[in-house]
Design a protein around this ligand. Structure first.
Ligand SMILES: [Zn+2]
Length: 210
C-alpha cells in the first residue's frame, strides 16, 4: 500500500500531507489539527519516520512539537536558511490564533539534491526560495506529486513581502518548477485547493505577469 492523503488543517486551511509506503510515513507541514494526522497514522498502522517542512512559517510548523510528543523518533527536516523563522509568529497573536507552538527543534537540515527513500517511493528536494529564503519543494516521481508549500497556489503565487521574501527569487523558482516537472504533476499547494502544473500554466493569471 502506498499513496498520500491531504488534510486541510486550521483556520487557514493549510495542506498537511501524509505520504506512505510499506507501513512507513512522512508528514509534510503539520500546521494544525495534528490529532487528525495521528488518527490516520494509527488507523493505517503507519510508523512516522519524518516530519518535513516546506518552509519556516508558523502556520506550517505549528504542531511539529505535538507530533514529536507522540512520535519522538520522527526526524524534523527543514532547510537551514529558514531556521530564523521558527521563533517568529509573523503577527502578534498569530500563533495563539493558529493553536501553534513556536521553536520546534530541527533534527536534520535538508538542501538541494537531497533524496529520501520511503518504501517504494523517493522524495526529492529542490530549493525554491522567494516566499522565504529556505523554501523547498518536494517531488515524488513515482506519484508525479509536487508538494509546493507557499510557492504556488491555484490561481495565485506565494507572497514575497514577509521577512526574507524576495520577488526575483520567487519568479526564478516558479520558472524552474514549471521547467523541471511534468504538466500532469499534482501540486499540493500550501493552502486551499490543490492543482496541477498544466492547469496553472493555462489558467493562472499571475504567472503570465511574471
Ligand atoms: Zn508561508
Amino acid at each position: 500500500m502506498e499513496g498520500y492523503k491531504v488534510f486541510q488543517v486550521g483556520p487557514l486551511k493549510v495542506n498537511s500531507t501524509i505520504l506512505y509506503s510499506k507501513g512507513e510515513a512522512f508528514i509534510f507541514d503539520p500546521g494544525a489539527e495534528s490529532e487528525r494526522l495521528v488518527q490516520f497514522l494509527k488507523e493505517n498502522n503507519l510508523s512516522l519516520k519524518g516530519i518535513f517542512l516546506t518552509h519556516g512559517h508558523v502556520d506550517h510548523f505549528g504542531q511539529v512539537k505535538r507530533l514529536k510528543e507522540v512520535y519522538p523518533n520522527a526526524k524534523v527536516c527543514l532547510n537551514r536558511k529558514d531556521l530564523f523563522l521558527l521563533s517568529e509568529e509573523l503577527w502578534p497573536g498569530f500563533a495563539t490564533y493558529l493553536g501553534a507552538e513556536l521553536n520546534p527543534s530541527v533534527d536534520l537540515f535538508i538542501s538541494e539534491g537531497d533524496k529520501f527513500k520511503l518504501g517504494n517511493l523517493t522524495v526529492e528536494i529542490y530549493e525554491t526560495p522567494g516566499h522565504t529564503p529556505g523554501s523547498v519543494v518536494y517531488f515524488v516521481p513515482q506519484l508525479e506529486l509536487l508538494i509546493a508549500g507557499d510557492l504556488l497556489f491555484k490561481g495565485n503565487v506565494g507572497r514575497w513581502d514577509l521577512p526574507g521574501g524576495n520577488f526575483e527569487d520567487l519568479k526564478r523558482s516558479l520558472k524552474r518548477v514549471f521547467k523541471s516537472f511534468p504538466e500532469t504533476a499534482t501540486v499540493i499547494t500550501g493552502h486551499y485547493d490543490l492543482t496541477t502544473l498544466g492547469y496553472e500554466k493555462r489558467n493562472n493569471p499571475i504567472l503570465h505577469e511574471l
